[in-house]
Design a protein around this ligand. Structure first.
Ligand SMILES: Nc1[nH]c(=O)nc2c1ncn2[C@H]1C[C@H](O)[C@@H](COP(=O)(O)OP(=O)(O)OP(=O)(O)O)O1
Length: 189
């Protein structure tokens, strides 16, 4: 049995309202055997300088699973048999649509992890409470990721399929600030 919180919520105020959603994917390589997870530093566009999984828009005519495989190939140079991990609805003040993001993960991959124009891939240590010696890899850099990620990462890592909703508002410096959220594991498996 994993020792994780299956549901959490927080923040304040009313949920922001939106009229449109667009579909995105986000994929992670999570290797429990090697105690590591692959993230990428986004080099351009929305979310620049944040670490994230590899993903992007679902194009017309493809499923989100197909988009996830394509984006992982385009952004990290690798192919993987990705499995569905969860779905989140991300909405930010100032945006005219909500991001519907399907998450995927895999342990194994084919090819060589490669830096691309969009992402600089890097391995990080999976949290390991039983470790007898510290990992040589850096810890997951939550301070340099979307603010909600630390809430649902334990579910992703434990392979608990999750759902969630986050609202961000813009602060005086136009930085995204997490204002309201909920995350839950969709099943107890
Ligand atoms: N880990 C994450 N946590 C979060 O809270 N929001 C995320 C997120 N990953 C993505 N988002 C949100 C914000 C992000 O800018 C938006 C779009 O995701 P991406 O950055 O993956 O897509 P891109 O805008 O790069 O699309 P492409 O141009 O098709 O690659 O979805």
């Amino acid at each position: 049995m994993d020792n994780i919180t299956p549901y959490s919520e927080g923040g304040e105020g009313d949920w922001l309202l939106f009229e449109q959603r667009k579909y995105f994917t986000n994929a992670f390589i999570v290797q429990h055997d090697n105690k590591r997870i692959l993230l990428g530093l986004k080099k351009r566009g929305f979310g620049k300088d944040k670490y994230n999984g590899f993903g992007g828009k679902v194009e017309d005519g493809e499923t989100s699973a197909e988009a996830a495989v394509r984006e992982l190939q385009e952004e990290a140079g690798i192919t993987a048999a990705l499995e569905y991990s969860g779905t989140m609805l991300f909405f930010s003040e100032g945006s005219d649509f909500a991001y519907h993001i399907d998450y995927y993960s895999a342990a194994a991959y084919q090819g060589t992890v490669t830096e691309t124009e969009e992402m600089r891939p890097e391995w990080f240590a999976l949290p390991d409470v039983d470790a007898t010696e510290p990992s040589t890899l850096p810890q997951i850099p939550f301070h340099q990721m979307w603010e909600d990620d630390h809430i649902w990462f334990p579910l992703l890592i434990a392979k608990r399929i999750f759902n969630g909703r986050v609202d961000f508002r813009l602060d005086a410096n136009s930085q995204h600030k997490l204002t309201k959220w909920w995350f839950g594991a969709a099943s107890a498996s």
